[in-house]
Design a protein around this ligand. Structure first.
Ligand SMILES: *Cc1c(COP(=O)(O)O)cnc(C)c1O
Length: 729
């Protein structure tokens, strides 16, 4: 690291005895340590909710009298000391998994680039699953001690916040983020000037400031262009996530890829290997190539070196979903780059040229990434297979199964997504050191040690907590927003904390088929409103603002939710985010996923649910095709190739859904109660689900796989390179 000064935007006047709360606030370690969160909650639970669980805003706004009160509370101070000891132990740990496994690599560094990072609900720099995966990857890298830095954006508005009109139409509101109330650390150079980088866009330079975020032991650097020295349009470059305007989009991707390399250089980092999470950051190879060409290498020699140390993870199983740019944009934005690289226009475009369905050519970000990475992977077994078929034309001399794209199935960061009360049960019955054993099947086998009545009590508590949260939200909305009463009902205020409850929450993309369960409306009505065995459904999710079919799908679901005949047993929660996700995956009984196979590359929300004892009921796509073992949840449809006609497929899947729900799920939940009124068979299935899925789909397993199978060989390549073994420098 160069001589960089770090400056927090706020300082707090805290009583000396609890002064270190400020340190906690500026390191997201607290996000996955519930005892740390409880310190803030105990000081002022209402303020903790009002600040949306954001410790920086919380400490800024906390009343002095409340802070003074806790420093006389022995119980609080004990907790505080314990949390701070734990934090210090974590931050200073010398014996991490990484340091024990790879002692010879202690000086190496990985870089990880992503458009979005989902770390916490108070930091709206994510849109959905891809971002949550990046966020979980950083947290786990910190836990394992992997030397890794992340690069991404901090957006002026983040992702939009969602309202649903009375008619079920999604409205997008863009609320600016208040940077000073976030744990963003300002970086200053030796002249006390903000650390900035510049990228070249047609006819001008665009500057970006670099902020730092601390995630345990890992640092994430976030770029931002809303600076006075930029032209008005360029200031908007980092306004929002996933803009549709192609010029803004290509500029963003240049900033992330090329700017990301420059940012790490400006801070004095020399990563040995580089990981691109999805194709958005693929331009990083061009910046790296320029560095080598400036040192006198040919483009060919440069790409050889870059490839050996690049890792690319693809998440997109359909050609139409891939990031591509028309050639006129490439001409406009890269004419200087290809000449600096010593290439002709054709040579340059040929690196990533793709034929489009209408016959023209485009420049493909995933192809750029695939061609300039030696390490490539999809995110589930089935997705790996689909990706090999999809990209086999890039390796014309290979059979599909030989295409060099492997897979590492996604996972979730266990401690982020596990309910605190479940964690307490783990500690009591499965060993206090459980967080060190997340990929140890013997640890998960001990789930059988937890008495049925205790785990059931926690499950019931979590469902009551979910319903109470939903009702309270509905009450606020009714009181503050002047909504129509039917919207308040649609928000879930009539939900029953004791009925079998099914959750469906994710992006509203049409292939996810949120409306599948509405195929036979009358049959659904009958299931939901059964007087003895009622079933409830809770929906949540945003559609991309430009996705009209996605918004129509929300509307279709919302109309059913408003239908009085369902008696308020269907609900739609507005503004899905990590906070709502946590309530849902911890609180419902069953987690539903109905994608059109094989379009769900992996999916991760079902993993979060499984970990908490929620049973999955899903199409055998993505991760669930690997996770389902016949006893740990339920499938929708079967594991055979898809019907050619999507309409037929929808019909078959809907039928499978109704039959399994009526004949298996509802009876298992309601009928098979033992003498003590526990659903013994349900609980057995729930434990089987935790035992078989808890470890397998943890980022503990996932990041170790990335390390051993991709990072390690890539780092060794870079290591040899630097030490001059083999290839010419
Ligand atoms: C986990 C999560 C997702 C991803 O869910 P999928 O089922 O994988 O689509 C999206 N959004 C939020 C807020 C999440 O927590």
């Amino acid at each position: 690291m160069k001589d960089i000064k770090r400056e927090k935007p706020l300082t707090f006047s805290l009583p000396r005895r609890i002064k270190r709360l400020e340190e906690l606030a500026y390191n997201l370690w607290w996000v996955w340590h519930p005892e740390a969160q409880r310190l803030f909650r105990e000081i002022d639970d209402l303020l903790w909710e009002q600040t949306y669980h954001n410790p920086v805003a919380f400490l800024r706004d906390a009343e002095r009298s409340r802070l003074n009160a806790v420093i006389h509370d022995r119980y609080f101070l004990d907790k505080y000391d314990q949390v701070m000891r734990e934090f210090d132990r974590y931050m200073n740990e010398k014996d991490t998994w990484f340091s024990q496994t790879y002692p010879e690599l202690s000086k190496e560094l990985m870089a990880y680039l992503s458009f979005e990072f989902g770390l916490h609900e108070s930091l709206m720099v994510y849109a959905g699953g891809l971002g949550i995966l990046s966020g979980d990857h950083l947290k786990e890298s910190s836990d394992l001690g992997i030397p890794l830095v992340g690069v991404g954006f901090v957006y002026t508005y983040g992702y939009f916040s969602q309202r649903i009109s009375e008619d079920g139409w999604q409205e997008a509101h863009n609320v600016p983020i208040d940077f000073d109330s976030l744990p963003l650390i300002r970086l200053l150079d030796e002249n006390d000037e903000p650390v900035k980088i510049a990228i070249d866009l047609p006819g001008r330079k665009v500057y970006a400031r670099v902020y730092e975020l601390n995630i345990g032991r890992v640092k994430l650097f976030l770029l931002h262009t809303n600076l006075p020295e930029n032209a008005p349009n360029d200031r908007q470059l980092t306004d929002r996530l996933y803009i549709s305007d192609l010029e803004l989009r290509i500029s963003q991707e240049i900033l992330l890829g090329m700017g990301g390399v420059k940012a790490l250089r400006a801070l004095g980092y020399e990563p040995t290997a580089w990981h691109m999470n999805e194709g958005h950051s693929a331009f990083l190879s061009l910046e790296r190539a320029l560095e080598y060409v400036k040192k006198g290498l040919s483009f060919e020699e440069a790409t050889h070196k870059i490839k050996e140390t690049n890792i690319f993870t693809t998440h997109t199983p359909v050609p139409a979903g891939n990031d591509e740019f028309p050639l006129w944009l490439i001409d406009k934005y890269f004419v200087n780059v290809w000449s600096d690289l010593g290439l002709s226009r054709d040579d340059f475009i040929n690196i990533a040229k793709v034929k489009q369905s209408w016959g023209g050519d485009a420049f493909s970000m995933p192809i750029l990434a695939l061609k300039l990475s030696e390490f490539r992977n999809g995110v589930s077994e089935l997705h790996g297979q689909v990706a090999r078929e999809m990209w086999s034309f890039l390796w014309p001399d290979k059979k599909d199964e030989e295409v060099p794209i492997s897979h590492i199935t996604n996972g979730i960061h266990t401690e982020t997504w596990l309910a605190r009360r479940m964690g307490i049960l783990f500690s009591r019955y499965m060993g206090a050191d459980w967080s060190d054993r997340l990929d140890d099947p013997e640890f998960w086998a001990q789930i059988e040690n937890i008495p049925d009545d205790e785990i059931w009590r926690v499950r019931r508590h979590l469902k009551r907590k979910l319903v109470a949260y939903i009702i309270n939200r509905g009450r606020q909305q009714w009181k503050n927003d002047g909504v129509h009463p039917v919207q308040t009902i649609a928000s879930g205020v009539l939900l029953d904390p004791y009925a079998l409850t099914i959750g469906f929450a994710r992006r509203f993309a049409t292939y996810k088929r949120a409306n599948l369960i509405l195929q036979d409306y009358d049959r659904l009505l009958k299931i939901v409103t059964d007087a003895r065995r009622p079933v409830q459904f809770i929906f949540a999710g945003k559609a991309h603002p430009a996705d009209e079919p996605g918004k129509l799908m929300i509307q279709e679901v919302y109309r059913a939710v408003k239908d009085a005949r369902f008696g308020g047993r269907l609900a739609f929660l507005e503004d899905y985010d990590m906070n709502i996700a946590r309530y849902l995956v911890q609180g419902v009984d069953v987690w539903l996923n109905t994608p059109r196979r094989p379009r769900e590359a992996s999916g991760t929300s079902g993993m979060k649910a499984a970990l908490n004892g929620v049973l999955n009921f899903s199409v055998l796509d993505g991760w669930w095709r690997e996770g389902y073992n016949g006893h740990n949840g339920w499938p929708i449809g079967d594991d055979v190739s898809e019907s050619a006609d999507p309409k037929e497929q929808d019909k078959a899947d809907a039928l499978s859904f109704y039959e399994t729900l009526e004949n298996e799920i509802v009876p298992l939940y309601y009928e098979q109660r033992s003498a003590d009124n526990l659903p013994a068979d349900w609980i057995a299935r729930m434990k089987e689900n935790i035992r078989t899925l808890g470890g397998q789909f943890s980022t503990r397993r996932m990041v170790k796989e990335y390390m051993t199978r991709l990072y390690h060989p890539a780092i060794l390549n870079g290591f040899e390179e630097r030490n001059g073994n083999g290839k010419a420098e």
